[in-house]
Design a protein around this ligand. Structure first.
Ligand SMILES: Cc1cc2nc3c(=O)[nH]c(=O)nc-3n(C[C@H](O)[C@H](O)[C@H](O)COP(=O)(O)OP(=O)(O)OC[C@H]3O[C@@H](n4cnc5c(N)ncnc54)[C@H](O)[C@@H]3O)c2cc1C
Length: 395
């Protein structure tokens, strides 16, 4: 039985590991454009010079040999033939599969801002090659503009802060980290960034890149007329699933590849996991889906359907936060409880005894129990104590 996996990152590597742990005999072939296995979550540490390519890896050096996995690195899958059950690779080779896992992740989205794609000093931050280009191009004291104030944009800012860059961060929403945090929690990070000389442009959108005679971005013009001069632009404006190579198949897609809660697609023997499904583009979900897909490829039963209760964790400039589930009450039938001191902020959103979301900042020690309560939809209405002080003995 030949199991083929497309992608050598959170989902693909966890799937390959699970396949080998569960079946010592099967043939496992893993194909990736990536020539290295590394954690994208740590790319900012490469930019800041705190880690090199080797120390970004999340597998042992002998992972492929030890697990008898054939790794075709630096190769792209160009097309899938789901009738013949084969793949066309960028070296013109055809590879057949018995079961296939598509874990091809996502690519950075470059928004349609005038000259943004043309300028030679504009980089996304998705792959190690992007981090290498940024680190090579950046010079001490450069003016850097970051478009996007989500996790990746803040990662990029933090990666350059310690190099004393002058950083300008442009975010369309009224706060940074709008998908992960509410206004109160975001403002803590905003203050930390401002203290570290990062200039924030909230409620702002990029309108045009002004090019110099060498074709480089010399400034970014915002919709309100502000012009920010720059030596480098980093684009952190979201991602799009890597699905070009499935266009000739019958695999159903929505924003990403559609899967059921066992990671099966609508096509027999084809599974999918990770950011390419666009369900919840974070590392722990990709890893969990990769394991779940592998078990189902082997005919075992496994499900992963709790993506809603995903946990976003972050630690920027020494301040830790996690958010789980919804971060704002969907309507007035929900109750929001808040606990706040100078350094700690906690918020829990609940209705009829069920917790739907939580946000913890400054002290995240309560996160394990909250994650379980949210995931399991545990009813807490019979417990007569503060919602911020529940423990496993209460259930
Ligand atoms: C800068 C940055 C910071 C992040 N920080 C966090 C964080 O703090 N916490 C968190 O939870 N998540 C974070 N993430 C998100 C996290 O990295 C992703 O959710 C995770 O990498 C998804 O893993 P994946 O396996 O689905 O796909 P990817 O990591 O996108 O990997 C896709 C793989 O598929 C391969 N591939 C793609 N197309 C093809 C093709 N046609 N042929 C062959 N191979 C192909 C690629 O080479 C790669 O090996 C961050 C991401 C970035 C970029």
């Amino acid at each position: 039985m030949r199991y083929v996996i497309i992608g050598a990152s959170a989902a693909g590597i966890n799937a390959a590991k699970t396949l080998r742990e569960t079946d010592s005999e099967c043939e496992i072939v893993l194909i990736s454009k990536d020539e290295n296995v590394y954690s994208r979550c740590m790319l900012h540490l490469y930019i800041s010079g705190e880690r090199n390519l080797n120390s970004l890896s999340f597998i042992e050096n002998d992972f492929f040999d030890k697990n008898r996995i054939i790794w075709l690195k630096g190769l792209s899958v160009m097309q899938i033939n789901d009738t013949l059950k084969s793949l066309e690779l960028s070296n013109n080779q055809t590879l057949s599969y018995d079961k296939l896992l598509i874990a091809s992740g996502a690519s950075a989205f470059i928004p349609p801002v005038k000259n943004l794609r043309e300028a030679t000093n504009v980089f996304p931050l998705r792959n190690i090659e992007d981090a290498i280009s940024i680190a090579k191009r950046y010079k001490y004291g450069d003016n850097v503009v970051i478009i996007g104030g989500g996790l990746v944009g803040i990662d990029a800012a933090v990666g350059l802060i310690h190099k004393s860059a002058s950083i300008h961060l442009v975010e369309m929403a009224n706060r940074i980290l709008p998908l992960q945090l509410d206004k109160t929690a975001s403002s803590k990070y905003e203050n930390l960034l401002i203290k570290n000389n990062v200039k924030l442009y909230l409620n702002s959108s990029a309108k045009e890149v002004i090019l110099n005679e060498k074709g480089e971005a010399a400034a970014l013009a915002l919709s309100d007329g502000t012009e920010i001069s720059c030596d480098l632009i980093i684009v952190a404006a979201g991602v799009r699933p890597n699905i070009d190579f499935i266009k000739d198949t019958q695999i159903k897609t929505d924003r990403g590849i559609l899967i059921d809660n066992t990671c099966k697609t609508n096509i027999k023997d084809i599974f999918s996991a990770g950011d390419v499904t666009a369900l919840s583009p974070i590392w722990p979900v990709a890893a969990r889906q990769g394991k779940c897909a592998a078990l189902n490829m082997l005919g075992k039963e496994a499900t992963c359907d709790d993506n809603f209760a995903y946990l976003n964790s972050m630690n920027f400039l020494g301040l830790e936060s996690v958010s789980i589930g919804t971060i704002e009450a969907p309507d007035s039938t929900y109750t929001t409880d808040i606990y706040e001191t100078k350094n700690v902020y906690k918020k829990i959103i609940h209705k009829d005894g069920i917790i739907y979301g939580a946000l913890l900042q400054g002290d995240i020690s309560y996160c394990g129990i909250l994650t379980n309560l949210i995931k399991n939809k545990t009813n807490i209405s019979h417990i007569n104590k503060s919602i911020f002080k529940l423990n496993s003995a209460d259930f």
